[in-house]
Ligand binder design. Structure first.
Ligand code: DGI
Ligand code: FE
Ligand code: FE
Length: 191
């Protein structure tokens, strides 16, 4: 944990580091609420680790992210190549694994999918996706405090509310959709 925080402090902007700590403790609190096995705190620890590492590649320069993908056989789409910020999850998971020895697939997937989501996410994946959106230092977004409450009541309702906001935001600002963002949205609106 110390080594990870040191890396983050060095490689992230001050604001991004602050956001990261916010996601880590929000995810920790959510994991306390949604822990599937209350005889131990493994799940809570996983949420903290995934929260700490989810944006570890966020401030990396674009060329470096692409080089890391190419070197390590991490595939990416043309949309990801053109909007390289979409790659910070995949590259972040690679750093989590190669630099910090994280092998747990649930943690790695939570990092990989935290920006676009994906259909049929695990509880940990949902927690990181939601914590990323609601952590205390997030700038005000429509319905934010309503979603903060939902997050501790019903994970899927919180997911749906965030996806609706995200799709609206992307449409309004004419940003290209990653097909996975659309797929995630559709999966929540056909239930
Ligand atoms: O890294 P963070 O800023 O903490 O959060 P994030 O990784 O969830 O990224 C959030 C941004 O990603 C937000 O501005 C919405 C945007 N986003 C999510 N899905 C898509 C997307 N942007 C584009 N262009 N396309 C998407 O499908
Ligand atoms: Fe992110
Ligand atoms: Fe984030």
């Amino acid at each position: 944990m110390k080594k990870i925080k040191k890396y983050l402090k060095k490689n992230l902007t001050k604001e991004r580091y602050q956001h990261t700590l916010g996601v880590a403790y929000t995810a920790t609190a959510m994991a306390m609420k949604y822990n599937p096995d209350t005889t131990n705190s493994d799940f809570i620890k996983k949420a903290e680790l995934a929260g700490l590492l989810h944006d570890c590649a966020k401030n990396m320069d674009n060329g470096k992210k692409i080089r890391i993908c190419d070197k390590n056989n991490i595939s990416y789409t043309s949309i990801e190549a053109e909007n390289t910020f979409l790659l910070h999850g995949k590259v972040g998971a690679h750093i989590a694994k190669s630099k910090f020895g994280i092998e747990d697939d649930d943690i790695l997937n939570a990092i990989i999918w935290h920006t676009t989501g994906r259909p049929e996410m695990s509880t940990l994946e949902k927690i990181i996706f939601i914590a990323d959106y609601i952590e205390p230092s997030r700038k005000p977004i429509p319905d934010l405090d309503y979603i903060r409450k939902l997050a501790f009541e019903d994970l899927d309702m919180a997911m749906r509310a965030i996806l609706v906001n995200t799709i609206n935001y992307l449409q309004k600002s004419n940003k290209p959709f990653d097909p996975m963002t659309q797929k995630t949205y559709d999966s929540y609106n056909n239930v």
